[in-house]
Design a protein around this ligand. Structure first.
Ligand code: XMP
Length: 512
């Protein structure tokens, strides 16, 4: 196995993902508990993540000494490089030009780390994100790659098999980063593939059984990929101890509630309760305009409904959700690292502080495409597996400002037309997620011989691998024109359509 020590970077999980892509088992542990994890896991190799702290600050995170004493290979990234250098007697200083974004690294000497794809004397793009930098290497280290602002972009001690990079090989913006991690795992540590989705499935089933025991589990089903996969996985683990609840909060898309319940009842023999809670959700959301208040209100109401349903079936100690890793990292400070809250995804940061049920979240470490692979492994139909993601708070976060039934109806109609056009154009599977947004803005138009003063509809479509970053989808202008014309002609209350060409970052995928 590989142990990944987390120093709080926003992208630590991407390291795990790259290691899993090579088919190798790994675990992430925060630096505070890394010593215990190292002892238990007995990993053949260790990776230090990046992190937001500065090693020059007193009390900043360090790696456990045991990792150095054990003589296992180490790959240390960014903050990891700095703490490794400090702990082995080198020097790190702040006050240099901070560097964020693309840089070119020039290879000075060959190394097994990039053997097969990077050659001495050539330059390759990498992704940097740092303030401090190493100014003096520990004894036994040499520089094998350098960049303009990072003289020690790649520093290694081949004898001890310590490899350090100032840049982030785990992000897609370092195009060869995956290969670099693969080399570390396969060539340097020497683990061939030992891990598959089938193994993950078996491991999770064991974990769920252990966590739940003889308890009862209620699973919130939204019809999306995540909760469907979570439900089927948990059902495989504990059978009849599971009951699924589909809460219709009145914020679903056109026809979605019936579609989801129908599909699930048709394919799976899992008890499913359909709760119509739309009055309650829309009632409590009346007058609410702040996005975080919306999210938190919805999170609280979900839990209230789940707790009521739990009582109806004679009590359930556990609530299962299809929470994914991007929900976790953007919502809370994860595993001790002070990462920043971007938005309170309802099933994580949106949850009330006081909750009677314990959470079962078997997908918490996975990215969407990994969940899809797990879904296929579990034999889920493509109808579930290939669906675009749909956020728990539903259309509430696609109507900036106050939510009303009338606005919801308008948005549903526009959204249905947009998706219909996307399907007709054969683009659905090329797009990560596409949806309409109803803006709280009215503009003047002319239709027939009359003046209109109606709402603006925003269209959004993005491509993405995991939802962490995204690019707007480059539709053909004729397509956009067609969709816009239909929406304006067929939907009362909309007289203007705009297309969102923002990528993530700096935008997020949803508008709230
Ligand atoms: P953002 O808008 O943060 O979205 O770029 C990333 C992905 O997450 C979905 N999303 C959510 N999913 N509960 C969910 O289950 C939420 O509260 C939530 N907010 C955003 C979003 O649709 C996109 O796929």
């Amino acid at each position: 196995a590989i142990l990944i020590i987390d120093f709080g970077s926003q992208v630590t999980q991407l390291i795990a993902r790259r290691v899993r892509e090579v088919g190798v088992y790994c675990e992430i542990h925060p630096f505070q508990s890394a010593a215990v994890a190292f002892e238990r896991l007995k990993p053949k190799g260790v990776i230090f993540s990046g992190g937001p702290a500065s090693v020059t600050t007193a009390g900043s995170p360090r790696a456990p000494q045991a990792v150095f004493d054990a003589g296992v290979p180490i790959l240390a990234i960014c903050y990891g490089q700095q703490t490794l250098a400090t702990q082995l007697g080198g020097k790190v200083e702040g006050g240099h030009a901070a560097e964020f974004g693309r840089a070119d690294v020039e290879i000075l000497e060959a190394s097994p780390l990039f053997d097969g794809f990077w050659e001495p004397g050539k330059r390759y793009p990498v992704w940097m994100s740092h303030g401090d930098r190493v100014t003096q290497l520990p004894a036994g280290f040499k520089v094998v790659g350098t960049s303009e602002n990072a003289p020690f972009a790649i520093a290694v001690n081949e004898e001890r098999r310590y490899y350090t990079t100032m840049f982030h090989p785990e992000v897609v913006h370092t195009p060869d980063g995956g290969k670099l991690l693969k080399n570390f795992v396969q060539k340097i540590v020497g683990i061939e593939s030992d891990w598959t989705m089938a193994a993950y499935r078996a491991e999770m089933i064991e974990k769920i059984r252990k966590q739940v025991g003889k308890g009862r589990v209620l699973c919130g089903l939204s019809g999306g990929v995540d909760s469907s996969v979570a439900a089927v996985l948990i059902h495989e683990a504990i059978g009849d101890q599971l009951t699924c609840v589909f809460v219709d909060h009145g914020l679903m898309r056109a026809g979605e509630a019936d579609q989801v319940v129908g599909l699930f009842r048709e394919h799976y023999n899992i008890p499913l309760v359909h709760v119509d809670a739309s009055e309650r959700f829309l009632g409590e959301l009346a007058g609410v305009t702040d996005p975080e208040v919306k999210r938190k209100t919805i999170g609280r109401l979900f839990i209230e409904v789940f707790e009521e349903e739990a009582r109806k079936i004679g009590g359930a100690e556990f609530l299962a959700q299809g929470t994914l890793y991007p929900d976790v990292i953007e919502s809370v400070s994860f595993s001790g690292g002070p990462s920043v809250t971007i938005k309170s995804h309802h099933n994580v940061g949106g949850l009330p502080e006081r909750m009677n049920m314990k959470l079962v979240e078997p997908l918490r470490e996975l990215f969407k495409d990994e969940v899809r692979a797990l879904g296929r492994e579990l034999g889920l139909t493509e109808a579930f597996v290939a669906r675009h993601p749909f956020p728990g708070p539903g259309l509430a976060i696609r109507i900036p400002g106050e939510i009303t039934r009338e606005k919801l109806d308008t948005l549903r109609a526009a959204d249905a037309i947009y998706l219909d056009e996307i399907r007709k154009a054969g683009l659905y599977d090329k797009i990560w997620q596409a949806f309409a947004v109803l803006l709280p803005v009215r503009t003047v138009g002319v239709m027939g011989d009359g003046r209109t003063y109606d709402s603006v509809c925003g269209l959004r479509a993005v491509t993405s691998v995991d939802g962490m970053t995204a690019d707007f989808f480059p539709f053909d202008m004729n397509f956009l024109g067609r969709a816009a014309t239909r929406i304006i002609n067929e939907v009362k209350g909309i007289n203007r359509v705009v297309y969102d060409v923002t990528s993530k970052p700096p935008g997020t995928i949803e508008w709230e």
